[in-house]
Design a protein around this ligand. Structure first.
Ligand code: NAI
Length: 259
């Protein structure tokens, strides 16, 4: 028996990147999956459907939840994955950029939860997985809107976990580190930039969308049946770091220079 046999899921932003890997993982373990994305996925199938959905527009969100119920008769799992970044410091940031980042990263999660919770409740309970970010736990340079919006996702996850617990709906957040999707690829395209980024990751490499999908699937599955309100970083150890420099390495370099 596969973990998601008989289960129905919606994955926002499931057309590419981490979302597409989550779609593939859930489907490979027996789920029927509806992709809610502004862009079309590379492929669909008997158990993977797509409805063009702007996750920031309430009517679109209601339509994709209704289409999922029409097609498969139930809803058990919601993965709020759609998200965008913005690399700009506050004085230069246009108001529209701030608003757009918040609309996609946080408002869309509210709209999807509002539309989906009654259906998941009707199914007898289920799971919501919010894709936040390590940037929702700590600060980054020139990422004010992203940091603030993902921080909101983190605490909204806890709030939802309280409100939904007695309906048997678990709500958890996954906080990816550096994952090489379209969103992050440009940052590490140059080999020098790559080494610079990887130097800060204890595991010494970026993560893959499939590694994030494995964690999201765990949180969505009954294997995580006693987890709710959990904020889980899957980041190769970045957030294990206090931010202080690598002193032993500096001492070794100094000794080498002097010796
Ligand atoms: P991506 O840019 O490759 O994919 C995002 C998907 O969301 C795209 O298919 C896009 O069409 C869709 N989307 C964008 N706006 C939408 C809207 N209004 N309505 C519906 N769909 C929309 O990004 P990636 O890297 O796969 O990111 C997925 C999630 O993971 C995001 O929430 C992101 O913030 C988060 N994340 C990514 C990290 C990374 O290093 N790639 C690190 C930490 C978090």
């Amino acid at each position: 028996m596969a973990r998601f046999d008989g289960k129905v899921a919606i994955v926002t932003g499931g057309a590419r990147g981490i979302g597409a890997a989550i779609v593939a993982r859930l489907a490979s373990e027996g789920a029927k999956v509806m992709i809610a994305d502004v862009n079309a996925p590379a492929e669909t199938g008997e158990h993977v459907a797509f409805l063009k959905t702007d996750a920031t527009v309430a009517a679109d969100v209601q339509a994709v939840v209704a289409a999922t119920l029409d097609r498969w008769g139930r809803l058990d799992i919601l993965v709020n994955n759609a998200g965008i970044g913005a690399l700009v410091e506050t004085p230069e940031m246009a108001e529209e950029v701030w608003d757009r980042v918040f609309a996609i990263n946080t408002r869309a999660i509210f709209l999807f939860c509002k539309a989906a919770i009654p259906a998941i409740r009707e199914a007898g309970g289920g799971a919501i997985v919010n894709i936040a970010s390590i940037s929702g736990l700590l600060g980054d340079y020139a990422m004010g809107a992203y940091n603030a919006s993902k921080g909101a996702v983190v605490n909204y996850t806890r709030s939802l976990a309280l409100d939904c617990g007695r309906d048997g709906i678990r709500v958890n957040a996954l906080c990816p580190g550096l994952i090489e999707t379209e969103m992050a690829r440009a940052a590490v395209a140059d080999p020098l930039d790559r080494a610079f980024w990887f130097d800060r990751i204890p595991l010494g490499r970026s993560g893959t969308p499939e590694e994030m999908a494995a964690v999201a699937a765990f949180l969505a599955s009954d294997d995580a049946s006693y987890l709710t309100g959990v904020i889980l970083a899957a980041d190769g150890g970045i957030t294990a770091h206090s931010g202080q420099p690598n002193a032993p390495q500096r001492i070794r370099e100094r000794t080498r220079r002097q010796g």
